[in-house]
Structures are given as structure tokens and as C-alpha cells.
Ligand binder design. Structure first.
Ligand code: GDP
Length: 726
């Protein structure tokens, strides 16, 4: 049976008009995994009885234990719609916000996103996040409202009440879609509606679903459904209006095939020359064009080793091809080509444009790489919605495990670029930085369980930033031999400029003109935007000097000194953010030998640090938005949990039979929140958090926090004398 399906998939791979590349995205617990299993069962990939129990997508052991989906995994299936067989390539997306980077990457590979929303809870913060990620990538949404059985059986709602509730969910989702697409010229109206058939309802648990077209086809209306559900005749409901058929029909009908999607998506996600032949073959989904693969995920197979999965935008991937990997020098040779079937890989001879491929041999690729048969502009760096905010140290308990631990850590950072790894071979104490406490916990558990390496981990440590607050005066930096001098001033960059850089909308990789325009649009004045020498993190170096001899050949060292100064800020050696550094003037020794690295780097570093101090540099801490849903009588306890953490409650309101408490709190204070809120509310609260960037800490908290970080890092605890403004 399986073999037959594989053969059919292979045949369909050559019919791009019958292919749909889709993702299912949802707020945690809204039923994405259960729905996915239904689809696989409906397509004959797993047996009907085990759907819902098997959780085929959750291949990692820890995912099944925790009941959350962590890695983006892929499956292909076939579905007959209007007498034509279709190939549906489904990419799974993680449901927890701690894994935001994976969601964005999955979105890049697909053309349609089925957003699942729990009928009782309605649109939640992560519904908004996944919608934003989809729309930003030019991915078309459709809506499935799940757990409708609960409205009928548990809440005992009648047809009228149900309709009102479902209408409200659709309205909320459409408000989000409208708000997010307002300024996108290439998208006219992507709101969803029952009449169009872009909204489906049902129960993933009891395996039934309906949509306007399905109701017309089966003649069943809401009244019939309520009667059957009330009478506990769920099996009959499943037989009369099976969920998989309804949803897969919706997918085939409403999501664009690659031929329709790629002309619109390529300009959104690729900045290369749109007049080039490569642009043309990508728009045409030309399987005879040059090979272009965008890697969305790197996984490890116990037998095959590292597997790169991604979307083939042009050409045909085959075994033996030598392909360029963006950001690396050489080429990699493709060792095998496959597709995913229910989480397992099946080798095939070739995978043409418009499909999702799983290949081995790309040893230099990481999630996000562009792999191609000609050298090309890589796909835009994927916009990460959140940067790492928390760090934990790991150390192998047994010295013998050290090499294996290092290898595993390197692997982890390849699979998940939102994880940052710092390896210290001398002390054996390595640092992992990620999106939140849970993100790091999952990684350390994988090391321990999957790799069998017992490790000791440190307490989670929050990542801080340092940022200038006021324009500084001009500051002089002198080299140790006193023959070289640099004159530098620093001012804070506007929030919009910082945001633009963070989103990858202005970077040194892009053509100068484009970068200049992006920076000016974010509020940088024209003269400044014209003189950008380099960017480092969210900081910009402006060269305001005129005709200084030897400066050109020294610039590389100047940049090196600058980068050192910015990586380890003057307060607590945390990264500097949002600094505009102006190099006004320089005196350089005639003789190259007296202006080498040992002279220039410390001079620049000193000047930058002193200018930052004069610019009233402050420590910034990461903050999180918190939302708690809780029964009325526990509301006080819930808001107390936010306020007690240097947090602020912004809003409290009723939603259904629950109260919602919304607020913000520093990430540092949120460590341990999950067990505290559980005991404070007797386990009655559900909650989630979302990273919300960095915020300047109150001045009265700065000295202690700075001292604490310096102590932890083994630095001198007393601050440089110049920093006396606290
Ligand atoms: P995910 O986190 O979005 O993948 O959600 P899951 O598929 O793991 O579902 C979360 C919980 O909701 C599980 O306990 C499911 O059994 C339950 N669930 C999923 N779909 C339905 C549904 O349609 N009706 C009801 N009553 N429960 C559901």
C-alpha cells in the first residue's frame, strides 16, 4: 500500500498544477496534531483507528511525552479532488512560541497555511503570531475552527449561540488578516469566509468536519450535526462527513498550486535580479531550469545521517549533483534524494521544482541555506521574530563525552539557527542561548536522552543589552604607542532603525541603494544613510572623515576594534544595541608597522567605550508579554503573579466563562513562572508568553544588576569611574 502511494506521489511530483504545499499552524493545544493525524489517516498514511493516538508528526520522543510538537517535520500525501489526484506536501510547524524560528522557516516552503483555532478559546496570541509569519512570507491563509463538539456537548449551545460564537471567531481572524495585509500591495483580499469555503468547522478529536461546499454536497446542516453529536453518534458523523475529506478538499480548492504561487512569492522572499533567467525559471516552476533549493529544516536520521529538507523552487534535484551552499565556499554533492511519508523518508530518483525534497549530502547547509546549481543571490535571510533571550551552561558529567557533546551542540545549532552555541573547549562549560526557558530545556533533554550524554546544566541566565541614551561628545582614542588617534562620537539610533535592521530589511548584504532607502524610510537622515561604512548587530558605523591618508588600508582594523567594543559593552560586557558611531577624524602613523592591529584595535575600542559611556549607556533587559486565562476567583492570584515579578498588568477582561489577564514582565523574573502560577491558581490557569524585545532597566536597579553580571563573568566588580551617573 505504502509503495503504491510513493509511486503515485512520484508521478504527481511532475504535475505542479496538482500540487499543494501547505502548513498547519495554531496556538498550542488548539488541535493541530490531532488534525494532522486525521489528514494522514484520511489519505491512507496511517490507520484510521490510530489517528489521534499515533501522533505521526511528533517523531521525537520528547514531543510525544510532552504532547507538544517541536520540530518542523514533513509529510506528503495524495488526495482526490474533482476527479483529479493531488499531491499535498504538508510541513508541520511547532505550536510553542519558544520555537518561533522554526515556524517562519516552515512558512517559507509553503504556499498555503491552514490556521486552526479552538472554537471555545477563539483566536489567541499565537494565532496572531503564526498568521503574521504566514502573511509576511506571502502564504495564503484558510481557517479551520476546531473543537466544535465542545460547543455542542459541553457548553450545550444551540444553533443560534453557536453561530454567533463561530462568527465572532471568523471576525477576529479577519480583523487580524486585514490589519496585517493593509500595506501589502501584492495581496488584495485574503480574508476568509464561510461562503467562499475558506472556513471549515469540526472536531479533530471525533474526526468530523464541515464547510459550505461539504454541506451542499452531503446535504447535512448544523441542525443535523448538533443532533448527531448530542446523541453521541460521533462515529456516524465521522462516516457521513469525514474531516479529512472536508479539509483536504478545502486545501485543493483554495490554496494556490506552485505555478500560481511562485510568481507572487519569489519577489517577496528573494532579492535577486528579477529580470534574470533564474528569476524566470523560479516564477515558471521550471523543472529544466537551474536547481534552486531553499533549506527549511535539517534533521538527523539514525541511518542516513543529516537530512536537509526544503522547497525546490526551480530545476530538479538528483543524486550526484554538485551544488553551491550559500554562505560557504565550496560545493556539496547530493548523496540521496527523497520525500517524506508520514515522518519517514522515502528515497526517490528525483524531485522537481514545486515540491518539498529531503536530501542527504549537504554537509555545509544549515536551516535557511540556499542550495543551487549556479552561484546566486541567496534567499533573504529569514526574519526571526525573536532573538535569543536566555542562556544556560551545559557540561558533560563524564570527560569522555566531551567530543560527542561538542558534536551534538554543533548539530543542534545547525538544525535550529535561533539557538546560539558558544563552545569552550578549555573549561568544558558550553553556553546555549535560545528563545525561552522551555526552548533550552528541550534541547538539554535531547542531549541527555537521545545522545545518552549525562550533563550538568547551570541556572538559566538572561541575556542583556547595552544601549546609548543620549548623543555623546567627541571622544579621543589613543593607541598604546601614542602615534595613532581616533575621534569618535556616538548617538542612539531611533527605534525604527533598530527594528528595520533586526528584521533584515537593511543589511550590508543588500545593494547599497536599497539599504540606504530602507534606512531613510526608518528615519535615518540622508547624509548619514549615505556614509554607512559597516553595520554590526544593530549598530552602524558612519565614516565622516575626509581624505585621511592610509585610513582605507586601516579601516579593517578600525572595524575590528569597533566590533570588539560592541560585542562586549562597557557596563557588563553584554552586546551593544542601537548605536550610531561616527568616526570624525583620525591621525595615523606614516609607517604601516606602527599602525598594526596591536595599536589600532585597542585605540578604537577605548574610544568607542568612552563615547558609549559619555552617551549615558544603560543596561536593557528582555521583556515578555504574558497572557493568563483563569476562572474569576483566581484572577487576583494570577495578576499578583505578574505584578510580583516587576511586571505590569495592562488589561483584564472577561472572555467566555474565563477572565483574561494581560501584562508584561521581564524575562528574568519569568523564570519559574510555570510552577508558580500553577500553585497560585490550583492549576486552573492556562497561560502563554511572547518575547517583546528589550527595555531599559530602571536606573535604581542598574548598579546591582551590572555588578551581578560582572561578578558572574569574573570581571572586576567596580565600574569604570566614568560611569558615575547612576
Ligand atoms: P496542538 O498542540 O495544536 O497540536 O493540539 P493537539 O492536537 O495536541 O490537541 C490538544 C488537546 O486537545 C488534546 O488533548 C486533544 O485530544 C484535544 N483536542 C484536539 N482536537 C479536539 C476536538 O476537536 N475536540 C475536543 N474536544 N478536543 C480536541
Amino acid at each position: 500500500r505504502r509503495k503504491k502511494i510513493v509511486q503515485e506521489c512520484e508521478r504527481l511530483m511532475d504535475e505542479p498544477e496538482n500540487i499543494r504545499n501547505i502548513a498547519i499552524a495554531a496556538h498550542v493545544d488548539h488541535g493541530k496534531t490531532t488534525l494532522t493525524d486525521n489528514l494522514l489517516a484520511g489519505a491512507g498514511m496511517i490507520s484510521d483507528e490510530t489517528a489521534g493516538e499515533q501522533l505521526a508528526m511528533d517523531t521525537e520522543e520528547d514531543e510525544q511525552e510532552r504532547g507538544i510538537t517541536i520540530d518542523a517535520a514533513n509529510v506528503s500525501m495524495t488526495h482526490e479532488y474533482e476527479d483529479t489526484n493531488h499531491l499535498i506536501n504538508l510541513i508541520d510547524t511547532p505550536g510553542h512560541v519558544d520555537f518561533g524560528g522554526d515556524v517562519t522557516r516552515a512558512m517559507r516552503a509553503v504556499d498555503g497555511a491552514l490556521v486552526v483555532v479552538d472554537a471555545v478559546e477563539g483566536a489567541m496570541p499565537q494565532t496572531e503570531t503564526v498568521l503574521r509569519q504566514a502573511l509576511r512570507e506571502g502564504v495564503k491563509p484558510a481557517l479551520f475552527i476546531n473543537k466544535v463538539d465542545r460547543l455542542i456537548s459541553e457548553l450545550e449551545e444551540g444553533p443560534q449561540e453557536m453561530q454567533e460564537r463561530l462568527t465572532a471567531v471568523i471576525r477576529d481572524v479577519n480583523d487580524l488578516i486585514r490589519g496585517m495585509t493593509e500595506e501589502m500591495d501584492d495581496i488584495d483580499d485574503w480574508t476568509v469566509s464561510v461562503e467562499d469555503g475558506t472556513v471549515g468547522f469540526g472536531s479533530a478529536l471525533y474526526k468530523w468536519g464541515v464547510s459550505m461546499p461539504s454541506m451542499q454536497r452531503t446535504g447535512m446542516d448544523f441542525g443535523d450535526i448538533i443532533d448527531l453529536e448530542r446523541a453521541d453518534k460521533r462515529q456516524e458523523l465521522h462516516e457521513r462527513t469525514p474531516l479529512a475529506d472536508v479539509v483536504l478538499d478545502m486545501v485543493c480548492e483554495h490554496f494556490p498550486n506552485p505555478i500560481d504561487a511562485q510568481p507572487m512569492r519569489i519577489p517577496r522572499v528573494w532579492r535577486g535580479d528579477d529580470e534574470s533567467e533564474l528569476a524566470e525559471t523560479m516564477r515558471l516552476v521550471d523543472e529544466d531550469g537551474e536547481v534552486v533549493l531553499m533549506v527549511t529544516d535539517i534533521g538527523v536520521d539514525p541511518h542516513a545521517g543529516e537530512i536537509a529538507a526544503g522547497r525546490v523552487f526551480s530545476g530538479t534535484i538528483e543524486k550526484g549533483q554538485e551544488l553551491y551552499v550559500s554562505g560557504t565556499a565550496g560545493k556539496n554533492r547530493i548523496q540521496s534524494v527523497g520525500i517524506y511519508m508520514g515522518g519517514e523518508r522515502e528515497e526517490v530518483d528525483r524531485v522537481p521544482a514545486g515540491n518539498i525534497a529531503a536530501v542527504t549530502g549537504l554537509k555545509d547547509a544549515i536551516a535557511g541555506s540556499t542550495v543551487s546549481s549556479v552561484e546566486m543571490t541567496p534567499f533573504e535571510s529569514i526574519e526571526h521574530i525573536s532573538e535569543p533571550v536566555i542562556t544556560k551552561s551545559v557540561e558533560a558529567q563524564r570527560m569522555d563525552d566531551l567530543p560527542k557533546l561538542i558534536e551534538t551542540l554543533q548539530q543542534v545549532s545547525k538544525e535550529d539557527p535561533t539557538i546560539q552555541i558558544e563552545i569552550n573547549e578549555d573549561t568544558g562549560e558550553h553556553l546555549i542561548s535560545g528563545q525561552g526557558e522551555l526552548h533550552l530545556e528541550v534541547i538539554t533533554q535531547r542531549i541527555e536522552r537521545n545522545q545518552g550524554i549525562p550533563v550538568n546544566t547551570g541556572e538559566p541566565i538572561v541575556v542583556f543589552r547595552e544601549a546609548p541614551q543620549e548623543p555623546s561628545r567627541e571622544v579621543e582614542g589613543i593607541s598604546p604607542n601614542r602615534h595613532n588617534r581616533f575621534y569618535i562620537s556616538i548617538e542612539p539610533l531611533g527605534d525604527d532603525v533598530v527594528e528595520t535592521i533586526k528584521m533584515g530589511e537593511a543589511s550590508m548584504d543588500m545593494p547599497e541603494l536599497e539599504r540606504r532607502e530602507a534606512l531613510m524610510e526608518a528615519g535615518l537622515d540622508k547624509d548619514t544613510a549615505q556614509e554607512v561604512e559597516t553595520m554590526h548587530g544593530t549598530n552602524i558605523l558612519i565614516d565622516d572623515t575626509k581624505g585621511i591618508q592610509h585610513l582605507n588600508e586601516t579601516m579593517e582594523l578600525v572595524v575590528e576594534g569597533l566590533e570588539e567594543a560592541l560585542d562586549d559593552g562597557p557596563l557588563a560586557a553584554e552586546p551593544v544595541e542601537g548605536a550610531l558611531i561616527r568616526l570624525h577624524d583620525a591621525r595615523l602613523h606614516e609607517d604601516a608597522i606602527h599602525r598594526g592591529p596591536a595599536q589600532v584595535i585597542p585605540a578604537v575600542r577605548e574610544a568607542v567605550h568612552n563615547a558609549l559611556i559619555d552617551a549615558e549607556i544603560r543596561l536593557l533587559e528582555p521583556i515578555q508579554e504574558v497572557r493568563i486565562d483563569v476562572p474569576n476567583d483566581h484572577m487576583g492570584a494570577a495578576s499578583g503573579e505578574i505584578q510580583g515579578r516587576r511586571g505590569r498588568v495592562d488589561d483584564m477582561y472577561q472572555e467566555g466563562d474565563l477572565m483574561v489577564v494581560e501584562g508584561v514582565a521581564p524575562v528574568e523574573e519569568m523564570i519559574g513562572f510555570s510552577s508558580d502560577i500553577r500553585s497560585a491558581t490550583e492549576g486552573r490557569a492556562s497561560w502563554n508568553t511572547e518575547n517583546a524585545g528589550f527595555q531599559v532597566m530602571a536606573d535604581n536597579l542598574q548598579p546591582d544588576q551590572i555588578t551581578e553580571i560582572r561578578e558572574r563573568k569574573g570581571m572586576k566588580t567596580e565600574l569604570p569611574e566614568a560611569i558615575d551617573y547612576f
